[in-house]
Design a protein around this ligand. Structure first.
Ligand code: MG
Length: 378
């Protein structure tokens, strides 16, 4: 006969601790070992701490606004390609697959993946660079640090504390993303899986989007060893395909071969280490990574995308225009803070007018940003 459920757990339901003990590896981050939250809250009767983190992120306004922010290509270029939100969902999906295969904490991985780009301003890295320049004398702006500001200060959803009050684990993994120079033990395996999934995802979807938008052809991409290898496998399996189906199949293969390589490379090494807890793997500096051969093929693809796609004249133009608009808006809102929402006018008293103005701009979707520009500064 099983034990009665603990207080607060509806009869017949198992606790998250039982579930994790049965499913997760010893080196995974188990919910019972969580350091909790900055503002103490009672535990939820049947949702684990990282499940609650994930839910809080999904219900936040910064998360919803990711649908109005670009990944690489703007809305003016069509509606096939990824937005920051669909990129985030692809990362979460691929990271969960990796986590499940390695018996890591899927809830934590999902929370970290859904959170990882939440601090992105409008207009991608171009927007980030422009806002960073606006704060050059005050410590700069980074989307990774801004994610923490959103989670700890800017979101307002609960009566008793500011921010989302996420678990210490989610916040410290994000803090490590924000400070790559940070010394000391690496982050949890779950955070490493999310980084790997991010890299696998954008390598595949930027290739897809760039070909679909006609910035490069599959033929040109076949100079790249990784793409050539994927094409060979697709042709072996399906024979001759029309161009659109070939593109889609190559993209599937790109995801598949990266995920397989990461799992093959990491699972075998994890087997050899007798880690008994998440902290053992961290203290040992265990790295979840792609094998050397795939890692160097990824670098080759990445530099091709950099030269031929991210620096394509059409994108450079979008980038430059967006940066000029953001700089004008920064100067304009700084001069006339009354044009900003009340929340950010009040925030200026805490963090200074420059930073509050940048935070206001960083929160905007591209549509709202363009509208504000036309209304006040065009
Ligand atoms: Mg990302």
């Amino acid at each position: 006969m099983s034990d009665p459920a603990p207080a607060g757990v509806p009869a017949g339901l198992h606790t998250i601790a039982d579930r994790e003990a049965a499913l997760l590896a010893p080196y995974a981050m188990h919910s019972v070992d969580s350091q909790g939250r900055r503002h103490r809250e009672p535990e939820h009767p049947y949702r684990g701490p990282f499940q609650r983190d994930r839910d809080r992120i999904v219900h936040s306004s910064a998360y919803r606004r990711l649908s109005g922010k670009m990944q690489v290509f703007t809305g003016e270029m069509g509606d096939y390609h990824r937005t920051r939100l669909t990129h985030t969902l692809e990362v979460a999906s691929i990271a969960r697959t990796m986590a499940r295969a390695l018996r890591l904490n899927e809830d934590l991985v999902e929370a970290l993946a859904l959170f990882h780009d939440i601090g992105h301003p409008p207009f991608g890295h171009a927007g980030e660079d422009a806002l960073n320049d606006c704060l050059a004398d005050e410590g700069g702006f980074s989307h990774n640090r801004h994610a923490l500001t959103i989670a700890e200060e800017l979101e307002s959803r609960y009566p008793h504390f500011p921010g989302l009050n996420l678990s210490i684990e989610v916040l410290s993994c994000q803090a490590a993303r924000a400070d790559k120079s940070q010394s000391g033990p690496p982050t949890l395996l779950e955070a490493q899986v999310v980084d790997a999934a991010d890299s696998a995802t954008y390598a595949a979807h930027d290739t897809d989007d760039a070909v679909k938008l006609g910035l490069v052809t599959l033929d040109e991409l076949s100079q790249i060893k990784l793409v050539r290898e994927c094409m060979r496998r697709v042709q072996e399996r399906f024979g001759v395909l029309d161009e659109a189906m070939l593109r889609k199949s190559v993209v599937h293969e790109l995801v598949d071969c990266q995920v397989n390589d990461l799992l093959r490379n990491s699972a075998a090494r994890l087997e050899r280490f007798p880690f008994q807890a998440a902290d053992d793997a961290r203290q040992d500096h265990f790295a979840i990574c792609f094998g050397d051969e795939l890692a160097s093929m990824k670098i080759e693809l990445q530099s091709f995308l950099y030269d031929r796609v991210y620096r394509h004249p059409d994108l450079i133009q979008v980038r430059t225009d967006a940066q000029q608009r953001l700089q004008r808006m920064f100067a304009g809102f700084f001069e006339c803070p009354d044009l900003m929402s009340e929340k950010y006018r009040r925030r200026a008293q805490r963090v200074g007018a420059r930073r509050a103005t940048v935070e206001y701009l960083a929160g905007m979707t591209e549509r709202f940003c363009d509208e504000q520009f036309r209304e006040h500064f065009a």
